[in-house]
Ligand binder design. Structure first.
Ligand SMILES: Cc1cc2nc3c(=O)[nH]c(=O)nc-3n(C[C@H](O)[C@H](O)[C@H](O)COP(=O)(O)OP(=O)(O)OC[C@H]3O[C@@H](n4cnc5c(N)ncnc54)[C@H](O)[C@@H]3O)c2cc1C
Length: 374
């Protein structure tokens, strides 16, 4: 192989591309990462960084659980700036219907070996004294944690580079070719395998791909250490976040190691505008204050938006493109790409290396969704 021919070219230096590049390099594959803007500057910079086991489907559970275990293995190697915080999650139940969901989730997780703890109203108030009185209870998931995603993406890129990978920043890929990739500046990079980890931009590289942008807003406050102890998510979140058409807002808040509070979140389809929508932020903050009335006394510093890459069945696309021999997809991670980046990287490399993966691959293969065209 000549010096500038790579085994793998990874398109995108978000957390998914970075994790894939590090994993490929760990297998002694020669790797180039092409990032058109900055490492970790896409959805990875916009996200919350909640490493969470989810139970929307068995396949979602399998990938989040597998990925969380990989994050745990890595924990001691993560630099301090990744801000890993084992704060756990509390799913908050506001009424009896949501408490029924607490019991269902408790069964689901316990049967699959995830430690969880049911909290009644008093225990919930003790766990999080700033929550309003009158909530019914909650489910604590102590194994969930939080990181600062852009720094994690940089860490994976640094790991890949330490293993010989080349990083090209400020270069945009136009498309995958039969020889590798063609860049927008007219040059080419020959490669045996191309990995599209372009997040919500992936359909620009492979038109027709079943990935849609789903816009989200977040707000960050000034520093209020000890205001919260856990990531809190309302169970009503499940009713709104899983709609695949309507705009939605739900209470989801995270304590950062800096003492700041990261308040989410919203979901909007068919909105391309990156600007902050005041009406959405107002709804989001009002919802958060319904749960945490004392938030009204705190200062918000900044709001921003980002785009999740959503697939029709809410599972990522990990594996070969159906019509393009050299192209592998690692995109469509919606609101879980920080969590599932590590599992994605393992499953991708298992396919490239023709190895048996640790969890069944079929639910994530791009061939399951229609209309995947080059
Ligand atoms: C508001 C919000 C909250 C979220 N909260 C969480 C959470 O708590 N937990 C969680 O697990 N997930 C969360 N997510 C989801 C998570 O942020 C994403 O799933 C994840 O960041 C996707 O990473 P990625 O690398 O696929 O995409 P990105 O980070 O978007 O990276 C794609 C990269 O590709 C580059 N690129 C695109 N096209 C080209 C091209 N042609 N040539 C070269 N480079 C290109 C881009 O510049 C970009 O850097 C959240 C998302 C949002 C929006």
């Amino acid at each position: 192989m000549s010096a500038n021919v790579y085994d793998v070219v990874v398109i995108g230096g978000g957390i998914v591309g970075a994790a894939c590049a590090a994993e490929c390099a760990a297998e002694k594959l020669s790797v180039a990462i092409v990032e058109m803007r900055m490492v970790g500057g896409g959805a990875t910079a916009a996200g919350m960084g909640h490493l969470v086991v989810m139970d929307d489907s068995e396949a979602q559970f399998a990938l989040t659980r597998y990925s969380q275990a990989l994050w745990n293995e890595l924990r001691d190697d993560l630099p301090r700036e990744v801000e890993h915080d084992a704060c756990g999650t509390i799913w908050v139940a506001a009424d009896d219907e949501e408490m029924a969901e607490v019991f269902r989730k408790q069964r689901f997780y316990s049967e699959r070996g995830v430690a969880v703890e049911i909290l009644d109203a008093r225990q919930l108030a003790e766990a999080e004294p700033n929550l309003r009185p009158g909530l019914v209870g909650g489910l604590r998931v102590p194994g969930d944690s939080v990181i600062y995603p852009p720094r994690a993406a940089q860490f994976f890129v640094e790991r890949a580079r330490a293993r010989g990978a080349k990083l090209l920043v400020g270069k945009a890929v136009e498309r995958a070719t039969n020889e590798g990739v063609r860049l927008r500046d007219g040059s080419s990079i020959p490669a045996g395998v191309v990995v599209s980890a372009a997040g919500s931009w992936a359909p620009e590289l492979t038109p027709g791909l079943s990935v849609k942008k789903r816009k989200g807003h977040l707000v960050i406050t000034d520093r209020y250490p000890k205001f919260l102890r856990h990531q809190l998510v309302e169970l009503g979140y499940l009713k709104s976040a899983h709609s695949v058409t309507a705009d939605s807002v739900a209470f989801n808040i995270q304590p950062r190691t800096t003492g700041q509070l990261l308040i989410g979140s919203s979901r909007q389809f068919d909105v391309d505008d990156t600007r902050v929508d005041r009406s959405i932020v107002t709804r989001m903050l009002a919802r958060a204050m319904e749960y945490l009335p004392a938030l009204s006394k705190l200062s918000a510093l900044r709001a921003w938006t980002g785009f999740r890459a959503a697939t029709p069945d809410k599972l990522p696309l990990i594996g070969p493109h159906t019509e393009h021999e050299r192209l592998y997809l690692a995109t469509g991670h919606e609101g879980l790409g920080i969590t599932t980046s590590l599992g994605t990287a393992k499953l991708l490399v298992d396919q490239i290396m023709n190895r048996t993966p640790a969890i069944p691959l079929t639910p994530y293969l791009p061939s399951r969704v229609g209309s995947v065209h080059v």
